[in-house]
Design a protein around this ligand. Structure first.
Ligand SMILES: Cc1ncc(COP(=O)(O)O)c(C=O)c1O
Length: 362
Protein backbone atom coordinates (compact mmCIF):
# COMPACT_ATOMS: atom_id res chain seq x y z
CA UNK A 1 0.00 0.00 0.00
CA UNK A 2 1.31 3.48 -0.82
CA UNK A 3 2.18 5.84 2.00
CA UNK A 4 -0.53 8.27 3.06
CA UNK A 5 -0.32 11.77 1.62
CA UNK A 6 -2.40 13.14 4.51
CA UNK A 7 -1.05 15.19 7.37
CA UNK A 8 0.69 12.86 9.86
CA UNK A 9 -1.94 13.22 12.58
CA UNK A 10 -4.74 12.43 10.10
CA UNK A 11 -2.89 9.43 8.69
CA UNK A 12 -2.51 8.15 12.26
CA UNK A 13 -6.24 8.45 13.01
CA UNK A 14 -8.68 5.56 12.91
CA UNK A 15 -11.87 6.22 10.92
CA UNK A 16 -14.84 7.24 13.11
CA UNK A 17 -16.30 3.98 14.43
CA UNK A 18 -19.70 3.05 13.03
CA UNK A 19 -21.98 0.20 14.11
CA UNK A 20 -21.56 -3.31 12.70
CA UNK A 21 -25.06 -3.89 11.33
CA UNK A 22 -24.73 -7.47 10.12
CA UNK A 23 -27.46 -9.97 11.01
CA UNK A 24 -28.27 -13.53 9.98
CA UNK A 25 -28.51 -13.73 6.19
CA UNK A 26 -32.00 -13.28 4.83
CA UNK A 27 -33.34 -11.48 7.91
CA UNK A 28 -34.42 -7.84 7.78
CA UNK A 29 -32.19 -5.68 9.94
CA UNK A 30 -33.70 -4.28 13.15
CA UNK A 31 -31.18 -1.67 14.22
CA UNK A 32 -31.15 -0.67 17.89
CA UNK A 33 -27.63 0.61 17.41
CA UNK A 34 -27.84 4.30 16.57
CA UNK A 35 -30.09 6.02 19.10
CA UNK A 36 -32.60 6.99 16.43
CA UNK A 37 -36.22 7.89 17.20
CA UNK A 38 -38.89 5.21 17.42
CA UNK A 39 -41.28 7.42 15.44
CA UNK A 40 -41.00 9.08 12.03
CA UNK A 41 -40.82 12.88 11.98
CA UNK A 42 -43.94 14.89 12.79
CA UNK A 43 -46.39 14.96 9.83
CA UNK A 44 -46.02 18.76 9.94
CA UNK A 45 -42.27 18.40 9.45
CA UNK A 46 -42.76 16.04 6.51
CA UNK A 47 -45.22 18.46 4.87
CA UNK A 48 -42.81 21.37 5.40
CA UNK A 49 -39.97 19.37 3.84
CA UNK A 50 -42.10 18.54 0.81
CA UNK A 51 -42.98 22.20 0.39
CA UNK A 52 -39.31 23.22 0.68
CA UNK A 53 -38.35 20.91 -2.19
CA UNK A 54 -39.86 23.52 -4.51
CA UNK A 55 -37.12 25.99 -3.56
CA UNK A 56 -34.46 23.42 -4.38
CA UNK A 57 -32.75 25.63 -6.96
CA UNK A 58 -31.73 28.16 -4.30
CA UNK A 59 -29.06 28.08 -1.58
CA UNK A 60 -30.49 28.31 1.92
CA UNK A 61 -29.90 31.49 3.93
CA UNK A 62 -26.78 30.49 5.92
CA UNK A 63 -28.15 32.26 9.01
CA UNK A 64 -31.34 30.15 9.04
CA UNK A 65 -33.44 33.05 10.41
CA UNK A 66 -36.79 31.21 10.44
CA UNK A 67 -35.37 28.13 12.13
CA UNK A 68 -33.54 30.21 14.73
CA UNK A 69 -36.68 32.27 15.39
CA UNK A 70 -38.69 29.08 15.99
CA UNK A 71 -36.06 27.75 18.43
CA UNK A 72 -35.82 31.12 20.20
CA UNK A 73 -39.60 31.36 20.61
CA UNK A 74 -39.89 27.83 21.97
CA UNK A 75 -36.95 28.06 24.38
CA UNK A 76 -37.42 31.66 25.46
CA UNK A 77 -33.96 32.75 24.36
CA UNK A 78 -32.51 35.55 22.30
CA UNK A 79 -32.09 34.26 18.74
CA UNK A 80 -28.76 36.06 18.52
CA UNK A 81 -27.37 33.35 20.84
CA UNK A 82 -28.37 30.53 18.47
CA UNK A 83 -26.16 28.87 15.85
CA UNK A 84 -27.36 25.99 13.70
CA UNK A 85 -25.22 23.29 12.09
CA UNK A 86 -25.46 20.04 10.17
CA UNK A 87 -26.22 18.06 13.31
CA UNK A 88 -24.58 18.80 16.62
CA UNK A 89 -21.67 16.82 15.20
CA UNK A 90 -20.79 19.78 13.00
CA UNK A 91 -21.04 22.15 15.95
CA UNK A 92 -18.84 19.93 18.16
CA UNK A 93 -16.26 19.68 15.39
CA UNK A 94 -16.24 23.44 14.77
CA UNK A 95 -16.03 24.28 18.49
CA UNK A 96 -12.99 22.05 18.81
CA UNK A 97 -11.42 23.53 15.68
CA UNK A 98 -11.95 27.04 17.03
CA UNK A 99 -10.69 26.67 20.60
CA UNK A 100 -8.55 23.51 20.92
CA UNK A 101 -5.25 22.42 19.38
CA UNK A 102 -1.70 21.56 20.37
CA UNK A 103 -1.28 22.80 23.95
CA UNK A 104 -5.02 23.51 24.24
CA UNK A 105 -6.39 20.37 25.81
CA UNK A 106 -9.87 18.88 25.56
CA UNK A 107 -11.37 17.32 28.68
CA UNK A 108 -14.40 15.07 28.99
CA UNK A 109 -15.44 12.17 31.18
CA UNK A 110 -14.46 8.50 31.08
CA UNK A 111 -17.40 7.44 28.90
CA UNK A 112 -17.66 10.72 27.02
CA UNK A 113 -19.32 10.64 23.60
CA UNK A 114 -16.76 9.38 21.06
CA UNK A 115 -16.94 12.46 18.84
CA UNK A 116 -15.37 14.59 21.60
CA UNK A 117 -12.04 12.72 21.44
CA UNK A 118 -12.34 12.28 17.67
CA UNK A 119 -12.67 16.01 17.06
CA UNK A 120 -9.79 16.72 19.46
CA UNK A 121 -7.62 14.33 17.47
CA UNK A 122 -8.44 16.16 14.23
CA UNK A 123 -6.89 19.36 15.58
CA UNK A 124 -4.02 17.68 17.46
CA UNK A 125 -5.45 18.67 20.83
CA UNK A 126 -4.45 16.37 23.72
CA UNK A 127 -7.52 14.67 25.17
CA UNK A 128 -8.13 13.90 28.87
CA UNK A 129 -10.93 11.81 30.39
CA UNK A 130 -11.95 12.17 34.04
CA UNK A 131 -13.21 9.08 35.84
CA UNK A 132 -16.94 8.52 36.17
CA UNK A 133 -18.60 7.09 39.24
CA UNK A 134 -21.15 4.34 38.77
CA UNK A 135 -21.34 5.12 35.03
CA UNK A 136 -22.24 8.72 35.84
CA UNK A 137 -20.24 11.89 35.24
CA UNK A 138 -18.56 13.19 38.40
CA UNK A 139 -18.21 16.95 38.73
CA UNK A 140 -15.49 16.54 41.37
CA UNK A 141 -13.40 14.23 39.17
CA UNK A 142 -13.78 16.65 36.25
CA UNK A 143 -12.63 19.58 38.37
CA UNK A 144 -9.59 17.59 39.55
CA UNK A 145 -8.67 16.82 35.91
CA UNK A 146 -8.61 20.47 34.79
CA UNK A 147 -5.12 21.79 34.01
CA UNK A 148 -3.88 25.25 33.05
CA UNK A 149 -3.86 23.95 29.46
CA UNK A 150 -7.49 22.76 29.46
CA UNK A 151 -9.34 24.80 26.84
CA UNK A 152 -12.59 22.84 26.45
CA UNK A 153 -14.66 20.67 28.74
CA UNK A 154 -17.39 18.58 27.06
CA UNK A 155 -20.14 17.09 29.22
CA UNK A 156 -22.92 15.17 27.50
CA UNK A 157 -25.93 15.37 29.80
CA UNK A 158 -27.56 12.87 29.67
CA UNK A 159 -24.49 10.90 28.67
CA UNK A 160 -24.02 8.66 25.67
CA UNK A 161 -23.41 5.68 25.99
CA UNK A 162 -24.40 5.54 29.68
CA UNK A 163 -27.76 7.37 29.47
CA UNK A 164 -27.25 8.67 33.01
CA UNK A 165 -27.90 12.30 33.85
CA UNK A 166 -26.61 14.87 36.31
CA UNK A 167 -29.07 17.38 37.78
CA UNK A 168 -28.53 20.79 36.18
CA UNK A 169 -27.61 22.16 39.62
CA UNK A 170 -24.45 20.03 39.41
CA UNK A 171 -23.55 21.69 36.10
CA UNK A 172 -24.13 25.10 37.64
CA UNK A 173 -21.70 24.09 40.40
CA UNK A 174 -19.23 22.81 37.79
CA UNK A 175 -19.30 26.14 35.95
CA UNK A 176 -18.91 28.09 39.20
CA UNK A 177 -15.86 26.08 40.23
CA UNK A 178 -14.20 25.92 36.80
CA UNK A 179 -11.40 28.35 36.06
CA UNK A 180 -12.31 31.18 33.69
CA UNK A 181 -10.04 29.89 30.92
CA UNK A 182 -12.13 26.72 30.41
CA UNK A 183 -15.06 26.77 27.99
CA UNK A 184 -17.78 24.37 29.16
CA UNK A 185 -19.90 22.65 26.50
CA UNK A 186 -23.04 20.92 27.75
CA UNK A 187 -24.19 18.57 25.02
CA UNK A 188 -27.91 17.99 25.55
CA UNK A 189 -28.51 15.78 22.50
CA UNK A 190 -31.01 13.83 24.64
CA UNK A 191 -32.14 16.81 26.70
CA UNK A 192 -35.79 16.64 25.63
CA UNK A 193 -36.21 13.21 27.22
CA UNK A 194 -35.28 14.72 30.59
CA UNK A 195 -36.64 18.27 30.36
CA UNK A 196 -38.36 19.48 33.50
CA UNK A 197 -35.29 20.04 35.65
CA UNK A 198 -35.88 23.38 37.35
CA UNK A 199 -32.32 24.66 37.37
CA UNK A 200 -31.95 26.51 34.09
CA UNK A 201 -28.63 26.54 32.28
CA UNK A 202 -29.40 29.40 29.89
CA UNK A 203 -28.10 32.02 32.38
CA UNK A 204 -24.69 30.30 32.16
CA UNK A 205 -24.61 31.01 28.42
CA UNK A 206 -25.57 34.61 29.08
CA UNK A 207 -22.69 34.91 31.55
CA UNK A 208 -20.24 33.69 28.86
CA UNK A 209 -17.86 30.70 28.60
CA UNK A 210 -20.64 28.10 28.44
CA UNK A 211 -22.21 26.58 25.32
CA UNK A 212 -25.32 24.39 25.26
CA UNK A 213 -25.93 22.04 22.31
CA UNK A 214 -29.13 20.34 21.20
CA UNK A 215 -30.19 18.36 18.15
CA UNK A 216 -33.20 17.48 16.04
CA UNK A 217 -31.84 13.94 15.57
CA UNK A 218 -33.28 12.31 18.67
CA UNK A 219 -36.57 13.46 20.23
CA UNK A 220 -37.65 15.19 17.00
CA UNK A 221 -36.93 12.10 14.88
CA UNK A 222 -34.89 13.97 12.27
CA UNK A 223 -31.55 12.14 12.32
CA UNK A 224 -31.53 11.99 8.51
CA UNK A 225 -32.06 15.73 8.19
CA UNK A 226 -28.77 16.57 9.96
CA UNK A 227 -29.86 19.60 11.95
CA UNK A 228 -28.50 20.67 15.31
CA UNK A 229 -28.33 23.91 17.21
CA UNK A 230 -26.64 25.51 20.14
CA UNK A 231 -26.69 28.50 22.44
CA UNK A 232 -23.41 30.38 22.27
CA UNK A 233 -22.18 33.45 24.11
CA UNK A 234 -21.69 35.99 21.28
CA UNK A 235 -17.90 36.13 21.59
CA UNK A 236 -17.68 32.33 21.17
CA UNK A 237 -20.44 32.01 18.59
CA UNK A 238 -18.83 34.56 16.28
CA UNK A 239 -15.67 32.40 16.09
CA UNK A 240 -17.51 29.09 15.61
CA UNK A 241 -19.69 30.71 12.93
CA UNK A 242 -16.57 31.21 10.78
CA UNK A 243 -15.97 27.45 10.73
CA UNK A 244 -19.45 26.13 10.00
CA UNK A 245 -19.72 25.18 6.33
CA UNK A 246 -21.94 27.89 4.77
CA UNK A 247 -25.50 26.59 4.32
CA UNK A 248 -24.56 23.16 5.67
CA UNK A 249 -28.20 22.38 6.54
CA UNK A 250 -30.26 21.90 3.38
CA UNK A 251 -33.42 24.00 2.93
CA UNK A 252 -35.49 20.83 3.19
CA UNK A 253 -33.87 19.87 6.48
CA UNK A 254 -34.16 23.40 7.89
CA UNK A 255 -37.86 23.55 6.99
CA UNK A 256 -38.44 20.13 8.59
CA UNK A 257 -36.57 21.18 11.74
CA UNK A 258 -38.52 24.43 12.03
CA UNK A 259 -41.87 22.65 11.68
CA UNK A 260 -40.77 19.97 14.15
CA UNK A 261 -39.83 22.65 16.69
CA UNK A 262 -43.26 24.21 16.20
CA UNK A 263 -44.94 20.84 16.84
CA UNK A 264 -43.98 20.36 20.49
CA UNK A 265 -47.01 18.15 21.11
CA UNK A 266 -45.73 15.48 18.70
CA UNK A 267 -42.22 15.62 20.17
CA UNK A 268 -43.57 15.29 23.73
CA UNK A 269 -45.66 12.26 22.72
CA UNK A 270 -42.51 10.67 21.26
CA UNK A 271 -40.61 11.27 24.51
CA UNK A 272 -43.44 9.93 26.69
CA UNK A 273 -43.81 6.79 24.59
CA UNK A 274 -40.05 6.27 24.58
CA UNK A 275 -39.80 6.54 28.36
CA UNK A 276 -42.71 4.14 28.81
CA UNK A 277 -41.18 1.51 26.48
CA UNK A 278 -37.74 1.94 28.00
CA UNK A 279 -39.09 1.36 31.50
CA UNK A 280 -41.04 -1.73 30.39
CA UNK A 281 -37.99 -3.18 28.65
CA UNK A 282 -35.75 -2.56 31.66
CA UNK A 283 -38.27 -4.07 34.06
CA UNK A 284 -38.39 -7.21 31.95
CA UNK A 285 -34.67 -7.69 31.35
CA UNK A 286 -33.74 -6.73 34.93
CA UNK A 287 -35.81 -9.62 36.22
CA UNK A 288 -33.49 -11.85 34.19
CA UNK A 289 -30.38 -10.61 35.93
CA UNK A 290 -29.32 -7.93 33.44
CA UNK A 291 -28.46 -4.51 34.79
CA UNK A 292 -29.89 -1.46 33.02
CA UNK A 293 -28.44 1.97 33.69
CA UNK A 294 -30.81 4.68 34.95
CA UNK A 295 -31.22 6.11 31.46
CA UNK A 296 -32.86 9.47 30.76
CA UNK A 297 -32.58 9.08 26.99
CA UNK A 298 -33.99 7.04 24.11
CA UNK A 299 -31.54 4.20 24.75
CA UNK A 300 -30.33 2.09 27.62
CA UNK A 301 -26.99 0.54 28.47
CA UNK A 302 -27.36 -3.13 29.40
CA UNK A 303 -24.61 -4.49 31.62
CA UNK A 304 -23.87 -8.23 31.41
CA UNK A 305 -21.86 -10.13 33.98
CA UNK A 306 -18.99 -10.79 31.57
CA UNK A 307 -17.65 -9.87 28.14
CA UNK A 308 -18.43 -13.41 26.95
CA UNK A 309 -22.05 -13.04 28.06
CA UNK A 310 -22.39 -9.73 26.21
CA UNK A 311 -20.94 -11.32 23.08
CA UNK A 312 -23.17 -14.36 23.21
CA UNK A 313 -26.29 -12.23 23.86
CA UNK A 314 -25.28 -10.02 20.92
CA UNK A 315 -25.06 -13.14 18.76
CA UNK A 316 -28.48 -14.38 19.94
CA UNK A 317 -30.03 -11.01 19.12
CA UNK A 318 -28.47 -10.95 15.65
CA UNK A 319 -29.98 -14.39 15.03
CA UNK A 320 -33.42 -12.74 15.17
CA UNK A 321 -32.27 -9.68 13.22
CA UNK A 322 -31.65 -7.31 16.14
CA UNK A 323 -28.44 -5.32 16.38
CA UNK A 324 -27.58 -3.50 19.60
CA UNK A 325 -24.39 -1.49 19.88
CA UNK A 326 -21.26 -3.20 21.21
CA UNK A 327 -19.42 -0.98 23.65
CA UNK A 328 -15.84 -2.24 23.39
CA UNK A 329 -14.75 1.09 21.94
CA UNK A 330 -15.86 2.81 25.14
CA UNK A 331 -14.00 0.35 27.39
CA UNK A 332 -17.31 -1.34 28.27
CA UNK A 333 -17.06 -4.65 26.39
CA UNK A 334 -19.45 -6.32 28.87
CA UNK A 335 -22.26 -3.93 27.81
CA UNK A 336 -24.66 -3.59 24.89
CA UNK A 337 -26.46 -0.31 24.24
CA UNK A 338 -30.04 -0.64 23.02
CA UNK A 339 -32.01 2.13 21.34
CA UNK A 340 -35.70 2.14 22.26
CA UNK A 341 -37.80 1.11 19.26
CA UNK A 342 -41.52 0.45 18.97
CA UNK A 343 -43.37 -1.98 21.27
CA UNK A 344 -43.23 -5.16 19.11
CA UNK A 345 -39.48 -4.74 18.59
CA UNK A 346 -38.81 -4.12 22.29
CA UNK A 347 -40.90 -7.19 23.14
CA UNK A 348 -38.88 -9.29 20.68
CA UNK A 349 -35.62 -7.93 22.13
CA UNK A 350 -36.72 -8.62 25.73
CA UNK A 351 -38.03 -12.10 24.86
CA UNK A 352 -34.78 -12.96 23.07
CA UNK A 353 -32.72 -11.82 26.05
CA UNK A 354 -35.02 -13.76 28.38
CA UNK A 355 -34.56 -16.94 26.34
CA UNK A 356 -30.82 -16.33 26.16
CA UNK A 357 -30.60 -15.81 29.95
CA UNK A 358 -32.48 -19.05 30.59
CA UNK A 359 -30.06 -20.88 28.30
CA UNK A 360 -32.79 -21.67 25.79
CA UNK A 361 -30.61 -20.23 23.03
CA UNK A 362 -27.03 -21.07 22.27
C1 LIG B 1 -24.19 12.93 23.03
C2 LIG B 1 -24.37 13.14 21.57
N1 LIG B 1 -24.06 14.33 21.05
C3 LIG B 1 -24.21 14.58 19.75
C4 LIG B 1 -24.68 13.62 18.87
C5 LIG B 1 -24.75 13.94 17.41
O1 LIG B 1 -26.00 14.22 17.01
P1 LIG B 1 -26.34 14.88 15.62
O2 LIG B 1 -27.15 13.89 14.90
O3 LIG B 1 -27.07 16.12 15.97
O4 LIG B 1 -25.07 15.21 14.90
C6 LIG B 1 -25.02 12.35 19.35
C7 LIG B 1 -25.52 11.31 18.44
O5 LIG B 1 -25.67 10.17 18.74
C8 LIG B 1 -24.86 12.12 20.74
O6 LIG B 1 -25.15 10.92 21.27
Amino acid sequence: MSESLANDHIAAMAPYAVANLSVREGLPLISLAQNESLRPPSPRAIAAGQQALKTGALYPDPDYPELRAAIAAQHGVDEELILCGAGSMELITCITQAFAGPGRRVLSSQYGYALFSNSAEKVMAPYDAAEEENLTVSVDRLLEAVTPETALLFVANPGNPTGTRLPNAELVRLRAELPEHVILIVDEAYGEFADGDDARLIPLVEQGRTIILRTFSKAYGLAAARAGWGLFPPELGSEVRKLIIPSSISSVSAAMAQAAMEDQKYMRETCDLTVQLLNEFCRRVSSNGLRCTDSRTNFVLNEFSSVEDAQSADQALREVGIVMRGMGGYGLPHCLRATVADAPIMQLAAATLEAWAKGDLT
